[in-house]
Design a protein. Structure first.
Length: 579
């Protein structure tokens, strides 16, 4: 579309489309630079996929790390990212991220008291054995917050699909301890904390939230403090351009009418990927033919499509932030993370064979499922097999290995819930031959896989797939064992859990440069247009550096984009004064 002179219903300096972590950070940065900023959001709720996430922000060299005396070498981090991205990402973008991510968090901490960040060492990078990888990790988190502080905005925060009972919340470090409820007194202590939190919530009306909910709430509170308007229920319907093709604003549907919103200096697309556009996703990657995404329900690729109409290039559109999961019969998705690090379990494909280190980073696991499926052997779904001892010792599928508590918000007790077995998502069997029939794999192969796994587990090393060799593998393992990730399966009954290929959202998107400017196929810039987060192609390539490797880049390049817009404005003002 071509915007006529002065043909706008509303005009700002910097217009941000999307209210996730990347969009809110961009708006805060622009406002701090003295620019008039506006955030428009398609949904009736703010927060985007950030609000649904674990809330981690991967930032090596963050202020919270430096306060604890830890400062990873920027050059080492660049080398680490260079290795895991395998030539798919420009050196300039990698260096921009490594340099700007700590500055972004430092800026937010200075800007508002709501922006509080902490680092608790121990959650390793996902490839800590690589040069530049960290066993201590670079995942930054925010403390929990009482959502009542949001005031009227509390009910406008995007809520997870599966809500925990009031008072039930866990910080990232508490989660790891809680998973060890049978192995340590600290794990039992977390359970007591949860009970106390439920009591406090009922007595005092607290509405505490942690992880992604807290991060989104804190950024929104900072926006309110800075006076940045947020338009909800205002989907973008297109980008506006001038006669030269420069982006000058967007058209949005608001209050039942189409409004033309002008942007004097730049538009930042931070509206997510195309998580739930199943037709588009099937076209790009036919082996994934179901909507198994944990991403924002509103993420349908609007920003990517709008930019493509202007000639913008894309990259890695067949990628997503893969995450193996269980899908229950009601459609509810549940992560499979700690279960894959559990010692007495193995995962098999349609041939009844192991195909990967089960504890591998979830992106790697997802890629193995995809490549296996392309080979003609069923890998989507695959099956996690374990024994009754593990069922009564570890957290599996959300079940707590504690005595039966009637009315508990999650399954407890020694029995697998009958509804799970009836659903077909979980199978039980008394022998491996019986289990093979139940999950549809060759019996001889499954028997041999179980025998071989137990042989390796008794020896203490996984010679086939090296499970347990990485510090990352050990994180949710059993620290009471010589190898936290290996232990033989014992007596039946055996259980099988059906694993599908979930994701945290699509990761491919618009090609951008190191300033988050959108590029055409010939590397020329689409003037006035920026893209961050899942609207842009990932700085992580097809990999994932560590927990928070989606939100960290989204917020960082939101910061970079807004600073570039502000610098361009300052340069233009300076030049006008020189005339």
């Amino acid at each position: 579309m071509t915007a006529p002179p002065n043909g706008f219903d509303h005009v700002v300096d910097a217009l941000v489309v999307g209210s996730g972590g990347g969009g809110m950070t961009a708006a805060l940065t622009a406002r701090a630079a003295g620019l008039d900023a506006l955030v428009v959001e398609k949904s009736a709720f703010f927060g985007g996929s950030t609000a649904l996430s674990g809330g981690g922000i991967w930032v090596p060299g963050a202020p919270a790390q430096r306060r604890e005396g830890y400062a990873p070498s920027p050059e080492d981090v660049v080398e680490y990212l260079r290795q895991i991205t395998d030539g798919l990402v420009s050196e300039a973008r990698i260096r921009q991220y490594v340099e700007s991510a700590p500055k972004m968090l430092e800026f937010l901490e200075r800007l508002s008291g709501w922006c509080e960040f902490v680092w608790k060492p121990g959650y390793a990078d996902y490839y800590p054995e690589l040069p530049g990888g960290s066993e201590l990790g670079s995942t930054i988190n925010v403390p929990p917050i009482d959502l009542r502080k949001l005031g009227p905005d509390e009910h406008r925060l995007l809520q997870p699909l599966a809500l925990a009972p009031r008072g039930i919340w866990l910080g990232p470090k508490e989660l790891r301890t809680f998973y060890r409820i049978r192995q340590s007194w600290a794990g039992k202590g977390v359970l007591l904390k949860l009970i106390a939190r439920m009591v406090r919530a009922r007595v005092f009306g607290e509405r505490m939230a942690a992880i992604g909910q807290s991060l989104a709430a804190r950024l929104r509170l900072a926006m309110t403090e800075c006076g940045i308007p947020l338009w909800l229920d205002s989907p973008m319907t297109g980008l506006l351009t001038d006669a030269d093709g420069s982006v000058t604003g967007v058209s949005v549907e608001r209050d039942g009418t189409t409004q033309r919103v002008g942007a004097r200096l730049g538009v930042v697309l931070a509206c997510g990927g195309f998580d739930h556009d199943l037709a588009w996703r099937k076209e790009l990657l036919p082996v994934v033919d179901r909507d198994w995404s944990f991403g924002n329900p509103a993420a349908m690729g609007d920003g990517i499509r709008a930019a493509q109409k202007l000639g913008a290039a894309t990259d890695l559109l067949n990628e997503a932030w893969w995450f193996p999961a269980i899908q229950w019969p009601d459609g509810r998705m549940q992560f499979m993370l700690n279960e894959r690090m559990m010692p007495a379990q193995f995962i098999v494909n349609g041939d009844g064979k192991r195909f990967i280190n089960e504890a591998a980073p979830y992106m790697d696991f997802g890629h193995a499922m995809i490549e296996g499926q392309k080979s003609g052997v069923t890998h989507i779904p695959c099956w996690l097999l374990t024994d009754h001892r593990s069922w009564t010792r570890y957290v599996v599928g959300g079940h707590l290995p504690i005595p039966k508590i009637p009315g508990a918000p999650v399954p407890t007790g020694r029995r697998v819930p009958a509804a799970w077995l009836e659903s077909g998502v979980v199978k039980a069997a008394a022998t491996w031959e019986e289990m093979a029939t139940r999950i549809g794999v060759p019996a001889a192969n499954l028997v041999e896989t179980a025998r071989r796994f137990n042989e390796l587990a008794r020896a203490g090393h996984d010679d086939d797939f090296n499970r347990g060799d990485s510090v990352y593998d050990n994180y949710y393992g059993d620290p009471t064992l010589p190898n936290p990730n290996l232990y033989p399966l014992g007596d039946p009954p055996y259980y099988a859990f059906r694993i599908v290929l979930g994701d945290l959202g699509t990761s491919g998107g618009l090609r951008t440069d190191e300033y988050a400017r959108v590029l055409r196929a010939d590397d020329t810039v689409v003037a006035g247009l920026y893209a961050v987060g899942n609207t842009s192609a990932p700085v992580m390539g097809r990999s994932y550096a560590g927990a928070g490797a989606t939100i960290g880049p989204a917020m960082t390049f939101g910061f970079v984009a807004a600073n570039h817009i502000a610098a361009h404005a300052a340069k233009r003002t300076l030049n006008s004064h020189r005339r």
